[in-house]
Design a protein around this ligand. Structure first.
Ligand SMILES: [Zn+2]
Length: 270
């Protein structure tokens, strides 16, 4: 949480500097009486734009990001973040196998080193593997080389275990800064966000996870679920495991076709 506060504080400082500059400019001219109002408006506007840019995963202010598939395609992409994390990753893999579905797992480098066999199982089952940083540190206050290093280190771990360099990257919490997209591409990945999150890491109960998901899923949805929680060693993802069969059954019944994120991207490009 303190990192969020730090981001907001720095954004506010930049906004205040910009506003102070405008205040000085207007205050010295003939229209100087309106300067205090302008000062406040510019301050709030700058701060709002910066906060939206950092905290809103889909905002294009810091560069475009893929966050949904095409409408009318009948596709949905299941994604699982923050793993591998046993026994939950293996349990999810079992459900996906029984359902004949391929999903996308955005894994954390540190967790891959903890559970290399689980990562191998994800790859062997034909699911897509994406990069979700090495230690789940948030990115907005990091410089471009630090971000690139995070991604490269994680992709190197994934490649060492599975033999493949991942094609996709998803930032922790979806938070970016102006350098994130460039660093992601230099590290050989494409930046990805998501369409619908259901706050499953708060552990609201399997029935709530099911209800939120089924209410929110639309055509072209990239659904965010979790098989871990950051780099926590004892993260309990059992509610997602309990919820997944009902989610899959309902979405199948509604006629959705399950695809990986890269498959959805290819359809969107075409
Ligand atoms: Zn995450």
């Amino acid at each position: 949480m303190w990192k969020t506060v730090a981001v907001i504080t720095i954004c506010s400082l930049f906004a205040a500097l910009a506003a102070a500059g405008l205040y000085t400019l207007l205050g010295s001219g003939p229209g100087g009486s309106g300067a205090p109002v302008c000062f406040l408006v510019v301050l709030l506007l700058c701060e709002s734009v910066l906060l939206v840019a950092v905290l809103e995963r889909r905002a294009p202010i810091f560069g475009k990001i893929f966050h949904r598939g095409p409408a009318g395609s009948g596709m949905v992409a299941l994604t699982f973040d923050d793993g591998p994390n046993e026994p939950y990753t293996s349990q999810l893999l079992g459900i996906l196998e029984r359902s004949g579905i391929k999903a996308t797992f955005f894994v954390i480098g540190m967790n891959c080193e903890r559970f290399p066999d689980a990562l191998k199982k994800i790859a062997a089952a034909g699911h897509e593997i994406g990069n979700h940083t090495f230690d789940h540190e948030v990115l907005p206050l990091k410089r471009s080389p630090e971000i690139e290093m995070q991604i490269r280190n994680t992709s190197a771990v994934i490649e060492k275990i599975t033999g493949e360099w991942p094609a996709l990257f998803r930032a922790p919490h979806g938070w970016r800064n102006p350098w994130t997209n460039g660093a992601v591409r230099r590290a050989g990945c494409k930046p990805v966000a998501w369409t619908l999150g259901v706050w499953d890491t708060d552990r609201p109960g399997a029935q709530v996870i099911i209800a939120r998901t089924l209410k929110g899923v639309r055509d072209g949805c990239i659904l965010l679920l979790h098989d871990g929680r950051g780099i926590e060693t004892q993260a309990d993802s059992s509610q997602v495991v309990q919820a997944l069969p009902a989610i899959i059954e309902d979405l199948k019944h509604r006629g959705f076709r399950f695809v990986t994120v890269s498959e959805m991207m290819e359809h969107s490009a075409g």
